[in-house]
Design a protein around this ligand. Structure first.
Ligand code: NAD
Length: 335
């Protein structure tokens, strides 16, 4: 069977990682990536063997800079079975007409609204909903991290209520323009933050509210979760349940910070030092007066990458069973 042809529109933090993860799979391939400018990332993509496309009026600029642009974003879309749009939040929605005209399926990221695609996606929680769909949105890093812990707890014990505080990294490590560099920002001040409601775009029945602050760090987000469950259980029961989830990793062995989690990811040989799993501090999993508490770290640059691969597989109906797709993606990526 021929491989599904995948194009990446927007080759930044998320786009470059999705491209490499797709390349690791045996049922899909990258036919091109689109960059707006011939910067170092475009040269790296070219050196890796990806066809580099660009905006229609910039093809000549790309060629002059030394990258033989394979054509415009429209040309790329025409070649592909599916486009993974990884342009900055708010830009992706402008590309919908282009994808519709090309008759190509598209995935957007969490920076776009749920309504754009009409289907928000988390592989564990609602794989089947994306089967055969033309448009899907893979939810943000924080929403992905929340779904991965809430869904199994809801399946096993029933979730009565979730209250979460998100301590968010202020910028990605390569971002030289965004702050703060010496402040904590309640963000947004008007509550709740959008993260809790975004979980409902996948699991509408969950009672969840969230607050968020931005910190002067670039490494990871950290969530403090507080949950009430329908059925009685112990902290050991929760740990046993989390241990069975392939995209949850327990953080222990003296790791007490996000800095050490990032070092662990490098030590175990992850590309770009990525941590694709939720990083749950095992010793933080606590039941107190019948309520569950725990901390988890979320590597914002990489946690959504396996979910994008699964979304492609669901939309192209390469695999009908979500658990099988997750296992296949994990195996190919070394997760
Ligand atoms: P980024 O800024 O790192 O990368 C975006 C890329 O798109 C850049 O290379 C930019 O040059 C390019 N681009 C800009 N306009 C374009 C256009 N019109 N056509 C083609 N390319 C264009 O952004 P990112 O962090 O990778 O975010 C992409 C999406 O993923 C957003 O929706 C974001 O909310 C979401 N997301 C980001 C993170 C994260 O922490 N970085 C995590 C999860 C989801």
């Amino acid at each position: 069977m021929s491989k599904v042809k995948v194009a990446i529109n927007g080759y930044g933090t998320i786009g470059k990682r999705v491209a490499d993860a797709v390349t690791m799979q045996d049922d899909m391939e990258i036919i091109g990536i689109a960059k707006t400018r011939p910067n170092y990332e475009a040269f790296v993509a070219h050196d890796k063997g990806y066809n580099v496309y660009t905006l229609a009026d910039r093809v000549d600029d790309m060629k002059k800079a030394g990258i033989p642009a394979a054509g415009s974003v429209e040309d790329m879309a025409a070649e592909a079975d599916i486009v993974v749009d990884c342009t900055p939040g708010g830009v992706g929605e402008k590309n919908k007409a282009l994808y519709e005209k090309a008759g190509v399926k598209a995935i957007w990221q969490g920076g776009e609204d749920h309504e754009l695609a009409g289907c928000s996606f988390n592989a564990e929680a609602n794989y089947a909903e994306a089967l055969g769909r033309d448009f899907v949105r893979v939810v943000s890093c924080n929403t992905t991290g929340l779904c991965r812990v809430i869904y199994p707890l809801d399946q096993e014990y029933g979730v009565k209520k979730v209250r979460v505080t998100l301590m968010r990294r202020s910028a990605d490590p390569n971002d030289i323009k965004t702050g703060p560099i010496n402040a904590i920002i309640p963000n947004p001040i008007k509550l709740p933050s959008h993260h809790g409601p975004d979980v409902k775009s996948i699991m509408p029945h969950i009672n969840i509210t969230s607050t968020a602050v931005k910190l002067s760090t670039t490494l990871m987000h950290v969530h403090t979760l507080n949950m009430e469950l329908e059925k009685d259980c112990t902290s050991e029961d929760v740990k046993d349940l989390f241990a069975k989830q392939s995209r949850i990793r327990f953080i222990e062995q003296g790791i007490s910070s996000t800095a050490e989690i990032m070092e662990l990811a490098k030590d175990i040989g992850r590309p770009r030092g990525d941590m694709w799993e939720n990083s749950v501090w095992k010793d933080s999993v606590t039941m107190y007066e019948g309520e569950l508490y725990f901390f988890q770290g979320i590597h914002q640059e990489s946690i959504v990458i396996p979910e994008n691969v699964d979304a492609i597989r669901a939309m192209m109906e390469l695999e009908k069973d979500g658990a099988k797709s997750i296992a296949k993606t994990n195996k190919a990526m070394g997760l």
